[in-house]
Design a protein around this ligand. Structure first.
Ligand code: PAF
Length: 279
């Protein structure tokens, strides 16, 4: 496995792959790798001749400086996980390499970045779009892999690819969960033991909500989910929205959308967890 820090080194390693017409599977990450990431890498390994993973904590997508400071960084462990899964190249650039100058680009996503995460983390998706477009430029992948846990991010990236007319296939992969249902996230390692014990209530409530869809209106179900989760004093729901699964427009009635998604953000002490469920 090659570890490279600059775009130039990356390009020179990938040149032969491109010249030989071989496929490149790309898994962008911010490190602190867990099974959710290694599963993306495993799928990329199955579907491509060459697999590239990036490890880069992107400052432009953090609207909260504390969150950026506290974001877990575990490079050595990350590299050995990449190696085990058969990644060919890890791209681990510095901030200066990705942003030699301030990126002032503003992307227009219509409604997609105005709701839910977009509303609560202003500028977050613009930062994601900035880094993903730069990484796509550097890697020029055939396919790129993202987890469905970040449901809204996946929708924004699909839109970005269409908008910039990029020749890359976006593959959304199922959320990987702990045995108790908690969606895997790099932030889980920041939870105290008590917070960790409380957190599976988020997924448990979402699964139960799916079974209650027939009995409840959209509004009733939204209220029920929030009350259930907030009944644990360590959990504090920031939002729970039920929206059209494609456009992410909030819905008022089940009849408005054949497929709906429920997206949630929960503050657990200083840690913010997100999850979602399809209805
Ligand atoms: O999902 C993430 O880890 C990040 O948002 C991504 C896509 C790697 C961009 O920094």
């Amino acid at each position: 496995m090659k570890i490279v820090n600059t775009i130039e080194e990356l390009s020179s390693h990938l040149q032969a792959t491109r010249d030989g017409g071989r496929s490149i599977g790309f898994v962008p990450t911010m490190g602190a790798l867990h099974k959710g990431h290694t599963e993306l890498m495993r799928i990329a390994r199955e579907q491509n001749q060459v697999v590239v993973a990036s490890i880069f904590v992107n400052p432009t997508q953090f609207n909260n400086p504390n969150d950026l400071r506290n974001y877990p960084r575990t490079l050595d462990e990350d590299l050995s996980k990449c190696e085990q899964i058969g990644v060919d190249i890890v791209f681990a650039p510095t901030v200066e390499e990705i942003y030699p100058e301030t990126d002032t680009r503003k992307f227009e996503f219509g409604n997609l970045d105005k709701v839910m995460e977009g509303k609560h983390r202003p500028g977050h998706f613009n930062g994601v779009a900035q880094v993903v477009s730069k990484l796509f430029d550097a890697v020029d992948p055939t396919r790129a892999y993202f987890g469905q846990k970040d449901y809204q991010q996946l929708a924004v990236i699909r839109h970005l690819v269409e908008m910039l007319k990029l020749d890359v296939e976006i593959i959304g992969c199922p959320t990987i969960r702990e045995n108790d249902g908690l969606a895997m996230s790099s932030r889980n390692m920041l939870l105290t033991p008590d917070q960790r014990k409380s957190s599976p209530l988020i997924a448990k409530t979402l699964f139960e909500a799916r079974n209650k869809k027939e009995q409840f209106s959209v509004k009733e179900l939204m209220r029920w989910v929030v009350n259930q989760i907030n009944s644990d004093p360590l959990l504090n729901v920031e939002y729970f929205e039920i929206a059209n699964a494609k456009t992410l427009e909030p819905i008022g009635n089940w009849s408005e959308s054949a497929e709906a998604v429920g997206c949630i953000a929960v503050q657990v002490g200083d840690v913010r967890l997100i999850d979602n469920i399809l209805f």
